[in-house]
Design a protein around this ligand. Structure first.
Ligand code: ADP
Ligand code: MG
Length: 680
């Protein structure tokens, strides 16, 4: 059994269970061991039967009075087991689990955890968790609570983890060298894994967590640093000789560039003519005009006789970019071509031929552009849009499509600068810190569900004025089917309320092509209201849309709400963002308040990081930061700095990782990179 062994090698995991685990992204033993608890329950405090509380969960040790009895009540079979200790007795019961009758042994002691309920004046505990305890029993434990999903109970996950831990028997190879563990006082790996799942003590837990957070950040930093080293060794970049004045290109656009766009373009220009390989990240809030910047850079490269490839995270976005580029480039005689996964084989063949013979100059597409079969003629510049959606590897693969092409990555995620410098250590950073003129502030209001009728009336009015609206229903975590139903139900309800509106919906189970059709219908004004989950989150540009209505707004992260809000306010008309939430929690209220008060993406992203506690249900993914399994990039900033320093030390000592003591690092590094976990 190894780190990458399939999970089905564990005793109790068959096909069915494996499928369910896969939904939690658990495919291998390593995935399981790094499926870290999101919380813990303290079961170290034991009570007696006389002390059982009716308001909280109890953990207690009791003995079995006699074999259980089952009774039928309609379709239910209830099995009762009577237990006792020195202070009293209580019945435990299970529904439709007849085998519970014989699960326990008379007079043996077990550890039970459950809630007391009162039925007809009698106390009982339904479906408690149980565990047999041997003579060595020394008290209850701190038990893990995992991110779970349909059909996988906490108990199952705990059992799997116990089994996995037993299997590895403390024999996991250490992946951090001794000198490093000494220097940063890090716990040993087996200890850490054991204690993150089943902490012996509170101190053990903190030591375990720090070690694992460090490990995670250390490998991320090492990956970035070695990438950066490789980049700088690449040395000479293509020197674009014919780069005209920006004004010349500006003449082809329907607007003037903002000063911020110009500033960033002059940085890009310097890179492209400087003889070194450009590796630049352009950060700009939603709507700041990153596409136009990409377009100018592409134009220069094409004028110098090179091909330009731009990769977008979704088909919808790729299609939209395709249109924007074609609008400006086609009249200039530049051949623009789209390459996506949903093209027919024949379409693809024609496209590939044009790409290979250099006829296609500007290629826009999805992941399809980095597939093996795509051979380019002469790539001089590669651009990735909304780059946090792609992994380091994909970014690297795109760059390999040419001979040291320049690389431009664009993101709307306003990461606080300190963090950006660490996360994107391999890139230079440019910031577009100004929005095009004439943008109106978007009125943001936060209301509860009682306002829904009034909101619908408002949507109707906007429609009557020729405007369009987005409605966002939240994703339902881990359950695509429910999510689809949710969107469909909502659409129906909305259609009833607004019979005159043309309403369409987009959801995760649609084929790319269908989605595309829905989006285009909305973009060209054939649909008034588009209901969707967050599939429209990034990049979409429909200037005539003036309302963004977000249901269950508390379920979105701040940064994501900001992204969504950025979809409106793109035209000349007054725009609105309406956040509907019935949540009364403090954190939800705080979030709504921030949204109504500020529209500065950087402030919002900083607050976002601050407001999410460690292990929050909605992960960092929505923030656009790389997804961490255990580290929290805000709260663990200090460890992040240490990890960065450590990675630099390691690569200085042993850049190729050939020394004996670094074999562990090397091995782990390789397997880690093979996984898809590296999202930067
Ligand atoms: P993002 O940075 O979010 O990718 P886009 O590039 O999609 O933003 O631009 C948003 C909108 O602003 C587009 O309709 C684009 O044509 C317009 N735009 C971009 N730059 C300018 C500018 N300098 N002046 C006016 N409009 C602009
Ligand atoms: Mg964009």
């Amino acid at each position: 059994m190894e780190w990458n062994s399939p999970i089905t090698e564990l005793k109790n995991i068959g096909e069915q269970r494996a499928k369910k685990l896969a939904k939690l992204h658990i495919l291998t033993l390593g995935d399981l061991l790094t499926h870290y608890p999101r919380d813990y329950k303290d079961r170290s405090r034991l009570v007696t039967i006389s002390e059982l509380s009716e308001t909280e969960e109890n953990t207690f040790v009791a003995r079995i009075r006699r074999e259980g009895v089952s009774t039928r009540r309609g379709k239910l079979t209830i099995t009762y087991v009577q237990v006792y200790d020195d202070t009293g007795e209580i019945p435990l019961l299970w529904y439709n689990q007849i085998y519970m009758k014989t699960t326990f042994q008379k007079d043996e002691a077990y550890l039970f955890t459950g809630r007391v309920q009162k039925k007809y004046g009698r106390r009982e505990i339904a479906s408690p968790e149980y565990e047999k305890i041997g003579d060595s029993f020394a008290g209850g434990k701190i038990v893990p609570v995992y991110p779970a999903s349909d059909g996988l109970s906490q108990k199952m996950l705990r059992t799997y983890l116990l089994e996995a831990l037993e299997w590895i028997q403390g024999q996991l190879p250490e992946n951090l060298p001794l000198w490093l563990r000494k220097k940063y006082r890090l716990a040993e790996r087996n200890f850490a894994i054991q204690n993150i799942h089943f902490p012996m003590t509170e101190t053990a837990f903190y030591d375990a967590r720090r070690r694992l957070v460090f490990e995670e950040l250390f490998f991320m930093q090492s990956a970035l640093l070695s990438l950066k080293q490789r980049m700088s060794q690449k040395g000479e970049g293509i020197c674009m000789e014919h780069v005209e004045a920006l004004e010349d290109f500006e003449g082809f656009l329907p607007f003037q560039m903002t000063n911020a766009q110009k500033k960033v373009l002059s940085e890009i220009q310097k890179d492209m003519t400087g003889g070194k390989v450009m590796n630049r990240l352009v950060q700009g809030d939603v709507g700041s005009g990153k596409t136009a910047v990409a377009m100018a850079a592409a134009y220069w490269a094409i004028r110098n006789g090179y091909q330009v490839v731009m990769m977008a995270p979704t088909e919808v976005l790729a299609e939209q970019h395709m249109q924007s580029f074609a609008e400006i480039f086609t009249p200039l005689g530049i051949r623009v071509l789209c390459l996506t996964g949903s093209m027919t084989a024949k379409e693809k063949r024609t496209a590939l031929a044009e790409i290979a013979n250099g006829n296609a100059q500007m290629i826009v597409g999805t992941h399809a552009v980095i597939q093996k079969g795509v051979l380019y003629d002469q790539v001089g510049l590669v651009i990735t849009d909304e780059q946090h959606r792609f992994g380091v590897r994909q970014r690297g693969m795109l760059a390999q499509k040419g001979e040291n092409p320049h690389v431009l990555v664009m993101t709307a995620t306003p990461i606080p600068r300190t963090l950006a410098l660490i996360l994107y250590g391999d890139l230079d950073i440019s910031i577009i810190d100004e929005l095009p003129p004439g943008r109106q502030a978007i009125d943001t209001i936060a209301v509860n569900g009682t306002y829904r009728q009034r909101i619908y009336t408002f949507l109707g009015k906007q429609k009557a004025e020729g405007r369009q609206a987005y409605v966002i229903c939240p994703m339902i975590e881990e359950n695509e089917k429910l999510e689809v139903e949710n969107v469909l139900d909502y659409t129906e309800k909305l259609q009833e309320a607004l019979p005159d509106c043309r309403i369409a919906c987009v959801h995760g189970r649609m084929k790319a092509k269908e989605k595309q059709e829905m989006m285009s219908a909305f973009a060209c004004g054939n649909t008034d209201i588009l209901v969707s989950t967050t599939v429209i989150e990034v990049g979409i540009n429909v200037p005539n849309a003036t309302v963004m209505l977000i249901e269950n707004a508390e379920r979105f992260g701040l940064a994501q709400l900001h992204q969504l809000r950025g979809r409106v306010g793109r035209g000349a008309e007054k725009s609105y963002c309406i956040l509907v939430s019935d949540s009364k929690t403090k954190i939800a209220r705080e979030r709504m308040q921030i949204m109504t008060k500020t529209r500065d993406g950087f402030v919002i992203s900083e607050m976002d990081l601050k407001l999410r506690g460690p292990g929050e249900f909605f992960g960092v993914r929505q923030h656009g930061l790389p997804e961490m399994k255990i580290a929290n990039l805000y709260h663990d900033m200090f460890i992040l700095k240490q990890a960065q320093e450590a990675a630099a030390l390691l690569l200085e000592r042993d850049p190729e990782l050939v020394q004996e003591e670094h074999m562990g690092v090397r091995t782990y590094f390789t397997t880690w990179f093979e996984g898809k976990t590296v999202e930067l």
